[in-house]
Design a protein around this ligand. Structure first.
Ligand code: ATP
Ligand code: MN
Length: 479
């Protein structure tokens, strides 16, 4: 029977009364042949198990090494030592699984680097850093569902395999059962996808938005929360080939409502982890502070992790138009001193360096940029009356850049069709999408929040590979 065990987090919060308890976990350290630090992933705080000197034979004691798994029964007592309120005075110790210290790749004594831990990602859950990260990740996922549920949104499962490309651009992973060596060809030499599994070319989804719009234009308010896939070959610290995205879509909603929802959602997530994961956040804050000490003064952030999160809770995001953003950049000392690598002029897609200048140097807070040039945005965004811009909004945050991309959608059939033609989107193939505009069209809007980008923001981690359990990036899909 395993379910009589009590988790470490619960034991640490229990008043000791010499009661008998059963606890299981992995050894973090073993001191003086007497003090075992036991961890089961429920908290970063270890439980001290005391093995009375002389009560256990040498053979057993030798097997209590870091990484070994134990079952301990004993009495919960007030701790005599410093650093913990309670400890377990062991009556029986059973080794569930031994762990050879000579071959165990995780030696916690000399703090392993994040780079090394990526190479042993199957074991990194056992470190304090990743314990904290994955508890926070769970909390953010849970809070996401709670937020939308409280607001009456329906959780819609949009497909993972799709035959449409929401952005009208490449970067997709093909899904196919055609043989690689004898691919069926049409007369003109191109691949004959009519022989493929779905009878047409299909891909892993890059976004659930288009299908989300179908749901929203009947159910009013939906959200998706699922994996998305992009075969972009950008090996950055902010891009994954497989990442999770949350995409709400709302009927009877304009750009301003959309921004308000996104802002409220981000605050809700932060408030939730501040309330439920305080210990883990404090651990991560400490970790970040130590990491920052290694950096030159000028590159250090002014606020610690907790202060940064508190700041976001209490301050409105700055809202500016794209045109204002360009003007700010052109006026900036960074631009005048030619510090930007990429060109700045009206019409460019803001590069990460520009986004970060705006949020980190200029406004020092999250910024929502609206009204982007239509030529750098997707076909479905609502066209503004100026003929040049669309009702898009991106949310940029310090340390990361873009965390949310969204827009009010073009609900006018004629405008939408014209734009699709201009952008060479196959209008006939998208008949089902256009039907929402043919039959009872409504103003509607939505956005996509990159879950791992949000994780970066909340945990203070700097590489996106460290906030997802099994990162998929170019040339890397181990584990
Ligand atoms: P970026 O310019 O950073 O590549 P994008 O404009 O391609 O982002 P969208 O298509 O608007 O992003 O996607 C919505 C959100 O999904 C982004 O705001 C971001 O948070 C997240 N996101 C986009 N691409 C990735 C990726 N490759 N890995 C992780 N998150 C991503
Ligand atoms: Mn991108």
């Amino acid at each position: 029977m395993f379910n009589t065990r009590v988790k470490v987090a619960a034991l640490l919060a229990t008043t000791p009364d010499n009661q008998e308890v059963t606890v299981m976990g992995w050894v973090r350290s073993f001191r003086n042949n007497q003090f075992i630090a036991l961890n089961d992933g429920s908290t970063n705080n270890n439980l001290q198990v005391v093995a009375e000197l002389g009560a256990y034979d040498e053979d057993l004691l030798k097997k209590i090494t870091p990484g070994a798994s134990l079952k301990v029964t004993g009495r919960l007592i007030a701790s005599l030592g410093k650093g913990q309120a309670v400890e377990v005075k062991a009556a029986t110790i059973e080794i569930l699984g031994e762990c050879n210290p000579d071959t165990y790749p995780l030696q916690l004594k000399n703090r392993p680097s994040l780079e090394y831990l990526r190479e042993i990602a199957h074991l990194r859950f056992r470190t304090n850093t990743f314990g904290a990260i994955f508890r926070v990740r769970h909390a953010l996922a849970f809070a996401t569902h709670q937020f939308f549920n409280e607001k009456g949104f329906l959780y819609l499962h949009t497909p993972i395999i799709t035959a449409s490309d929401a952005e009208g651009a490449g970067e997709m992973f093909r899904v196919s059962t055609l043989p690689f060596d004898h691919t069926p060809r049409k007369e003109d030499g191109t691949i004959d996808f009519s022989e493929d599994f779905f009878g047409r070319a299909s891909n892993l989804t890059v976004s659930g938005q288009l299908e989300g719009e179908l749901g929203a234009t009947a159910l009013s308010e939906i959200y998706t929360f699922g994996p998305t896939f992009r075969a972009e070959n950008s090996n950055t610290a902010r891009h994954l080939a497989e990442f999770w995205m949350i995409e709400p879509e709302m009927a009877f909603c304009d750009l301003e409502d959309n921004m308000n929802l996104a802002e409220a959602f981000i605050r809700y997530l932060i408030q939730y982890v501040m309330d439920h994961n305080r210990e883990d956040l404090e651990f991560l804050a400490q970790r970040l502070a130590e990491e920052e000490k290694q950096r030159p003064q000028a590159e250090r952030s002014e606020l610690g992790l907790i202060e940064k999160l508190e700041f976001v809770l209490t301050n409105q995001f700055q809202r500016i138009t794209y045109t204002q953003a360009i003007d700010i950049l052109l006026e900036s000392p960074a631009y005048k001193k030619k510090k930007f690598q990429y060109e700045v002029k009206w019409g460019i897609d803001l590069q990460s360096e520009h986004e970060r200048y705006l949020v980190e140097k200029h406004f020092k807070k999250p910024v929502i940029v609206t009204g982007y040039p239509k030529d750098i945005k997707a076909f479905y965004m609502r066209q503004n009356d100026d003929g040049k811009t669309v009702a898009a909004m991106d949310i940029l945050v310090p340390g990361i850049g873009e965390i949310v991309g969204g827009s009010q959608r073009e609900e006018r059939l004629d405008r939408l069709q014209a734009r699709m033609q201009e952008m060479h989107i196959p209008v006939e193939e998208m008949w089902w999408y256009l039907d929402t505009r043919r039959f009872g069209t409504v103003p509607h809007a939505g956005f996509g929040l990159g879950f791992e980008r949000m994780m970066l923001f909340v945990t203070g981690m700097t590489n996106i590979r460290d906030v997802i359990a099994f990162p998929r990036t170019p040339k890397s899909a181990e584990f």
